[in-house]
Design a protein around this ligand. Structure first.
Ligand SMILES: NC(=O)c1ccc[n+]([C@@H]2O[C@H](COP(=O)([O-])OP(=O)(O)OC[C@H]3O[C@@H](n4cnc5c(N)ncnc54)[C@H](OP(=O)(O)O)[C@@H]3O)[C@@H](O)[C@H]2O)c1
Length: 371
C-alpha cells in the first residue's frame, strides 16, 4: 500500500488546525490509523485552547459534539488543544487547516513559511501561484507549489482544495471537458447543512421542512473555482477554462452530501454511452497508485433513474466517490445533456479530499519528514 512507513522516521508529523469544527472532525476521521500521517497537534481558536479535544467539542448540555460517522479515535480525545497562532512548527511536517477564510489569511502564510499547508479554506484559492488540486484531475498543477516557494521565500506552500460544491461539479465535468469539450454549464445545488459548519451553522428551525434559496458568496466561488480546476497551466499561472458557468446554490435539510442538477452543453455530438464511459474510466491512472484514502473509483454511474439519492449515495467509496445518474439529452440546446450528482461535502469535498492530495504530494516529493 502507498504511504506505508518503513520506519518511525518516515512518519509525517501532522497538525490539524480547526480540529474541533465539522471539516476538522472529518480530518481526524480520515487520519485515524493512517499508515503515514501521525497526528501530533490539534489546534483551534482561543475558545478551545488548553482543553482536551473531547472537552473542547462537548456541548454545555454534556453531549459530545462529534459529527463524523466514524467513532472519535480515543488517542485524539485526550490531546490538549493548542492555540492556532502558537504552533511549534519545528515539530510539524504538514499542517491541515480547516478554519474560516479570515483567520486562514493570517495564519496559513505563517505556517507555510516553515512547512506545507493543505487547506479547506478559500483565503488563497484565487492567487495565481496557488493551484486547486483535485485528486485525479489536475495533479500536474502541483508544479505551481514550487513557484510559490520561490516567489514567496517559503519553505512550505499553501495548497487549498476547491469549494465543496465545486468539487462534485468539477469531478464530473473534467472527463467531459477533456474528451468532448464543455461550452456552457447551468447547475442548481441542494446543499447539506454541514456545509455551513458548526459556527455559525444553520438554524434547524430555518432549514427543516424548507429550502433556503441563497448561500452568500457561494455561487461566485463555485463558478470561478470550477473554471480554475478545469483550466490549464500557462507559465506561472493557471489559465481558467473558457466555459460559461451559471449556478444557483440552495441549502436543504440534509446533514451530509450535496446534490447538484447539472445542464451541460458539449462541443461535440456524443452518445450517452460515450459520456458514461468517460465517467467510468475517469481517474484510472491516479487510482492505480493505490493511495490509502482513495476510493475504488472516482465516479460511479447509476442507470436507475431514481438514483443518485443523497441518503443512499453520499457514502460510496467512503464519501470519496462522486455518484451520477439521470443522464439524458437536453433537447433545448445543441449537444445538451442533463444529469444529477451527489458528492460528500465534508469527505471528498473537504477533509478526506485534502488527505488524499497530501498522500499524492508525499509520493511526488512535495511533502516529507523534516527531521
Ligand atoms: N463544512 C464543509 O462541508 C466544508 C467543506 C469544504 C470546505 N470547508 C471550509 O472549511 C473551513 C472550516 O469549515 P467548518 O465547516 O469545519 O467550520 P466550523 O465547523 O465552524 O469549524 C471552524 C473551526 O475553526 C476554528 N476557529 C474559529 N476561529 C478561529 C480562529 N480565529 N483561529 C483559529 N481557529 C479558529 C474553530 O475552533 P473553535 O471550536 O475553537 O471555535 C473550529 O475548529 C472553512 O473555511 C470552510 O469554508 C467546509
Amino acid at each position: 500500500m502507498q504511504n506505508s512507513p518503513t520506519t518511525r522516521n518516515d512518519q509525517i508529523r501532522v497538525a490539524v488546525v480547526g480540529a474541533t469544527g465539522l471539516a476538522g472532525q472529518q480530518f481526524l476521521a480520515a487520519l485515524s490509523g493512517h499508515p503515514r500521517f501521525h497526528v501530533t497537534t490539534l489546534a483551534a481558536s482561543t475558545r478551545s485552547a488548553g482543553k482536551s479535544y473531547a472537552e473542547a467539542i462537548r456541548h454545555s448540555t454534556g453531549q459530545l459534539g462529534w459529527y463524523a460517522n466514524e467513532p472519535l479515535d480515543p488517542t485524539f480525545a485526550d490531546i490538549k488543544i493548542t492555540p492556532a497562532n502558537d504552533l511549534d512548527l519545528s515539530r510539524i511536517d504538514l499542517v491541515f487547516t480547516a478554519i474560516e477564510s479570515e483567520p486562514a489569511r493570517e495564519l496559513e502564510p505563517k505556517y507555510a513559511a516553515e512547512c506545507p499547508v493543505i487547506s479547506t479554506a478559500s483565503a488563497f484559492r484565487y492567487e495565481d501561484d496557488v493551484p486547486l488540486l483535485l485528486p485525479g484531475i489536475n495533479m500536474e498543477q502541483a508544479v505551481l507549489l514550487d513557484r510559490q516557494r520561490e516567489r514567496r521565500g517559503w519553505k512550505g506552500f499553501i495548497s487549498p482544495n476547491p469549494n465543496c460544491t465545486a468539487v462534485g461539479l468539477a469531478i464530473t465535468l473534467a472527463p467531459l471537458h477533456r474528451a468532448f469539450g464543455v461550452r456552457r454549464v447551468h447547475m442548481v445545488s441542494l446543499q447539506a447543512v454541514s456545509g455551513a459548519g458548526r459556527s455559525p451553522g444553520v438554524i434547524a428551525l430555518d432549514v427543516v421542512d424548507n429550502v433556503i434559496p441563497f448561500i452568500p458568496k457561494e455561487e461566485e466561488k463555485v463558478a470561478a473555482e470550477t473554471r480554475k480546476v478545469l483550466g490549464v497551466l500557462d507559465g506561472d499561472r493557471i489559465a481558467p477554462a473558457d466555459v460559461g458557468i451559471s449556478v444557483t446554490c440552495t441549502r436543504i435539510g440534509v446533514i451530509e452530501g450535496h446534490t447538484e442538477a447539472v445542464h451541460v452543453e458539449l462541443a461535440k455530438d456524443v452518445s450517452a454511452d460515450d459520456i458514461s464511459a468517460a465517467w467510468r474510466e475517469h481517474g484510472a491512472d491516479f487510482l492505480a497508485a493505490g493511495y490509502h484514502s482513495a476510493p475504488d473509483r472516482l465516479i460511479h454511474v447509476h442507470d436507475d433513474p431514481f438514483r443518485p439519492q443523497v441518503r443512499l449515495d453520499r457514502d460510496w467509496g467512503n464519501g470519496m466517490t462522486t455518484v451520477v445518474g439521470r443522464l439524458r439529452r437536453d433537447e433545448t440546446v445543441p449537444n445538451g445533456w442533463k444529469y444529477v450528482l451527489v458528492s460528500h461535502n465534508t469527505k471528498m469535498g473537504a477533509a478526506t479530499g485534502c488527505v488524499l492530495v497530501a498522500e499524492h504530494l508525499v509520493a511526488a516529493g512535495y511533502v516529507k519528514p523534516r527531521r
